[in-house]
Design a binder for this molecule. Structure first.
Ligand code: DC
Length: 209
């Protein structure tokens, strides 16, 4: 594993992607959006006509998938950018993310990817502080009110955001939960700059102590 990982978890629309990318930029580190990986598997499974309730077929797909995230999201070279945030993907991804075999395959890729980064990396998702990098340098749990999160997710709507959160927090496999040693940051009504500053101050005080 790379020496430095900032792990960020939180519900949909809490600001994880924006904040994680900005923290990574400020530190000169890399950034990993693990939600995009679950979405990418959902898109390919849907395109192949795989029944999302077919756990073993879905897991086999994830095991054979090499996911590239930058600059475009692709699976084994097939671009999935266009379908990553459609309504069908927002609905299907909850089923895909509850599949233990899929999670095992993607967590393996996430750890391997982080180990290859030259300096440090900022990784965001739902199980990053609890399962993927329990020994991260800094763990952050981002929150915001449902109103604000739904506003940030725009077209997806409050109902879908709330449904996805409930599914993510109640599933058996690596549910979204706040790690005991995570710093909790409420992003409601705060600017990205403020939140980034707070996280970097936490990192500095952790690494100095
Ligand atoms: O962050 P996002 O909304 O793009 O994530 C899409 C879905 O993927 C989310 O509803 C839950 C799932 N997910 C997960 O289970 N574990 C992660 N580490 C990241 C995302």
């Amino acid at each position: 594993m790379t020496q430095e990982v900032i792990a960020i978890d939180g519900p949909a629309g809490s600001g994880k992607s924006t904040v994680a990318r900005a923290v990574a930029d400020a530190l000169g580190w890399t950034y990993l959006d693990t939600g995009a990986m679950y979405r990418a598997i959902t898109v390919v499974a849907t395109r192949r006509g795989i029944d999302l309730d077919n756990a073993s077929e879905l897991a086999a797909l994830a095991e054979s998938a090499t996911i590239a995230l930058t600059p475009h999201v692709s699976v084994n070279g097939e671009s999935v950018d266009d379908d990553l945030r459609t309504h069908a993907t927002n609905v299907g991804v909850s089923v895909v993310a509850a599949n233990e075999g899929v999670r095992r395959a993607l967590v393996h890729q996430q750890r391997r990817w982080a180990a290859e980064q030259p300096v440090g990396t900022v990784v965001e998702g739902r199980d990053i502080t609890t399962v993927v990098f329990p020994d991260a340098t800094l763990k952050v749990f981002l929150t915001a009110t449902l109103d604000e999160r739904a506003r940030r997710r725009g077209e997806e709507g409050a109902e879908s955001v709330a449904r996805r959160d409930a599914a993510d927090a109640s599933r058996a496999a690596s549910p979204l939960r706040q790690a005991d040693d995570a710093v909790v940051v409420d992003t409601t009504g705060r600017s990205v700059e403020e939140v980034v500053k707070e996280i970097i101050e936490c990192l500095t005080s952790r690494t100095l102590n």
